[in-house]
Design a protein around this ligand. Structure first.
Ligand SMILES: Nc1nc2c(ncn2[C@@H]2O[C@H](COP(=O)(O)OP(=O)(O)OP(=O)(O)O)[C@@H](O)[C@H]2O)c(=O)[nH]1
Ligand SMILES: [Mg+2]
Length: 584
């Protein structure tokens, strides 16, 4: 009787035609006893269109067994079941690849050894860095290398891959050569794959059983749905969070229906419960399988449908070009992808160095609007200037975005978010994945713009500069060139301005019709300011009237610079009244 089984999900990802499906098949047939479940569900059109699942089992490696005496009597031959998630490679199926990457514990990146890293290999590596903890690089098709130069070519490609991984979290990951289908498609089935046994040993040595957390809300990613006469409808899939037991009610959120779990199977064996990470067949009644080819099943009410969201955001370094506010991206939220428009913002200057928070959004704080995502390298003064007065030259530890979806999306709380440019030319050798993050707060109310956004204190820092035109008396001057002629200066009355000579002024009223204004200086002008201003003004007076300046004035030094006036204030992006606020 086979002992306890532990399931781990291993993703097979890589550029199209790198040999992922051939490898999944070779692994399953080589290693499995009777445990080989199902032919990979790849459609026979020569490319994989959807996630393909196959699995094999091996004895549970020693490093995964409980220490002797640590638990109940050692079971007969506990098994490690490896479920292979064979992902598509074609560029247009990246949504499916992202979905697959979210249900795996370890990723195999399959590289055609004659080609090395290709565009989708790079994208898969990016997805792996976002969604997976462990990576193994498989150099496939080694049979295509000329015999005499094979080892040298393998060594060269191995070094190249290790260099590629150098500055990723997978630095030092193992690289192993195989030939999943030597001789290619026309080779006879009898042609034995090469290096597969070594790969199985490597996988079992690399695999660590992720800590399964049965506590979260039940969520399962369904990859196949079919009916069994007399039984009901079976949904097979991977449990992403929580656990499920016989008799539980489960919801299919996309259809807003709730059904009772009638029976469950794992590895073809009836079970009464299952937890995160398990591959499961779950049977319900009165449900038409055609309604749900793929999708999510969850604890009733545990997902939310959102029209917009606040996400933490990190740019993917390989994405070329800025991430502009107001730009539209394909947004993958959990397992769905919809179009969304983004607005970036960063911490207010006084909270630049706060620890990043990835499990909630703090509405009590203020944030600085950004014209674009602030990149560490480019955060220089002019980039700051352009990006909307960001911090003093260094990029914040955390940035956020408001994402407004074109249609509502159903997703788990705190799920993964990936923004990409899937409309980019798939033949251009560029990474289409632009940014990733965590959905911190979903806006479920359709009228979120009125009901929720005013509470989002994102402000634009506005700065205006003008000059003192003349002094009226010790406590008031006339300013100019700070407002346009048509500006309604009344809106600015009461706001504070700073003179370049240090005094603080308050805008008192408009002065005439040409955009000039009167500034009251509560503390009075300093003697130095008066000297600068009166000399510049007298000179301008006579000279301004075209008369020759008196000799004594002629030698008086022109002030080094006019006396400037600077006005800075905040405007909250979602303040319906567009008030101008000055920090206290
Ligand atoms: N010579 C040789 N050909 C291989 C090997 N592995 C796969 N192939 C061939 O490469 C082609 C693609 O193999 P697949 O396994 O479908 O590749 P894939 O990565 O799954 O392709 P997509 O799913 O469409 O991305 C097929 O013709 C295979 O027969 C190998 O080790 N050696
Ligand atoms: Mg395939």
């Amino acid at each position: 009787m086979a002992g306890r089984r532990v399931n781990v999900n291993v993703g097979v990802l890589g550029h199209i035609d790198s040999g992922k499906t051939a490898l999944a098949r070779a692994l399953s047939t080589t290693a499995s006893t009777a445990a080989f479940d199902k032919q990979p569900q790849s459609r026979e059109r020569g490319i994989t269109l959807d996630l393909g699942f196959s699995c094999f089992s091996v004895p549970l490696p020693a490093h995964l067994r409980p220490a002797p005496g640590a638990g109940p009597e050692p079971e007969p031959e506990p098994q490690l079941q490896v479920t292979l998630v064979d992902c598509p490679g074609h560029a247009s199926l990246i949504r499916t690849i992202i979905g697959g990457a979210q249900i795996i514990d370890l990723m195999m990146l399959v590289i055609d050894v004659t080609k090395g890293m290709q565009t989708q290999s790079a994208e898969c590596l990016v997805i792996g860095q976002i969604a997976c903890q462990k990576l193994v690089v498989v150099l496939n098709k080694t049979d295509l290398l000329p015999e005499g130069k094979r080892q040298a070519a393998i060594d060269r490609m191995t070094r190249k891959m290790q260099k590629t991984l150098e500055n990723t979290k997978f630095r030092g990951a193992p690289v192993i050569p195989v030939a999943a289908k030597p001789g290619g498609p026309d080779a006879p089935e009898t042609e034995a794959p090469q290096g597969i046994q070594e790969l199985i040993e490597l996988l079992t040595s690399q695999i660590s059983i992720p800590t399964r957390d049965p506590s979260g809300p039940f969520l399962m990613s369904v990859d196949h749905c079919f009916s069994i006469k007399g039984q009901g409808t079976v949904m097979t899939g991977t449990i992403l969070s929580g656990s499920v037991s016989l008799g539980d009610s489960v919801e299919i959120p996309a259809l807003k229906v709730v059904r009772k779990v009638k029976s469950m199977q794992m590895f073809h064996t009836p079970v009464s419960s299952a937890v995160q990470g398990d591959r499961l067949g779950l049977c319900v009644t009165q449900f038409d399988p055609k309604l749900l080819e793929r999708g999510l099943v969850c604890a009733p009410g545990s997902l939310h449908t959102v029209h917009a969201a606040l996400i933490s955001v990190e740019k993917i370094p390989y994405f070329r070009g800025p991430l502009q506010t107001k730009a539209k991206f394909h947004i993958t939220v959990g397992h769905e992808t919809v179009m969304g428009r983004v607005m970036f913002f960063s911490p207010a200057p006084d909270s630049l160095d706060r620890e990043p928070v990835l499990d909630s959004f703090d509405f009590s704080r203020e944030y600085l609007f950004q014209e674009q995502y602030l990149c560490p390298g480019a955060a220089t003064a002019e980039a700051d200037e352009k990006a909307g007065q960001a911090s003093a030259g260094h990029s914040p530890r955390q940035q956020w975005a408001l994402v407004e979806f074109e249609k509502p999306v159903t997703c788990p709380r705190l799920c993964l978010v990936i923004g990409s440019r899937l409309d980019a030319d798939i033949h251009a050798n560029t990474c289409r994945l632009a940014f990733h993050g965590v959905l911190l707060h979903g806006l479920e109310d359709r009228t979120y713009a009125e009901s929720a956004l005013p509470a989002l204190r994102v402000y634009k820092l506005k700065q205006k500069r003008g000059v003192v035109e003349r002094v009226l008396d010790d406590h008031s001057v006339i300013g100019r060139s700070l407002f346009k002629k048509e500006t309604n200066i009344q809106l600015f009355v009461g706001l504070r301005v700073h003179l370049s000579t240090g005094e603080l002024g308050v805008i008192d009223s408009a002065f005439g019709q040409s955009g000039k204004f009167k500034v009251h200086i509560p503390g009075g002008l300093s003697p130095e300011s008066k000297r600068i201003l009166t000399s510049a003004l007298k000179k301008r007076g006579r000279a301004g009237r075209g008369e020759a300046a008196k000799p004594e004035e002629a030698e008086r030094p022109e002030p080094a610079q006019p006396v400037g006036l600077s006005l800075s204030f905040k405007r909250y992006v979602f303040d319906a009244h567009k008030r101008m606020v000055q920090s206290p």
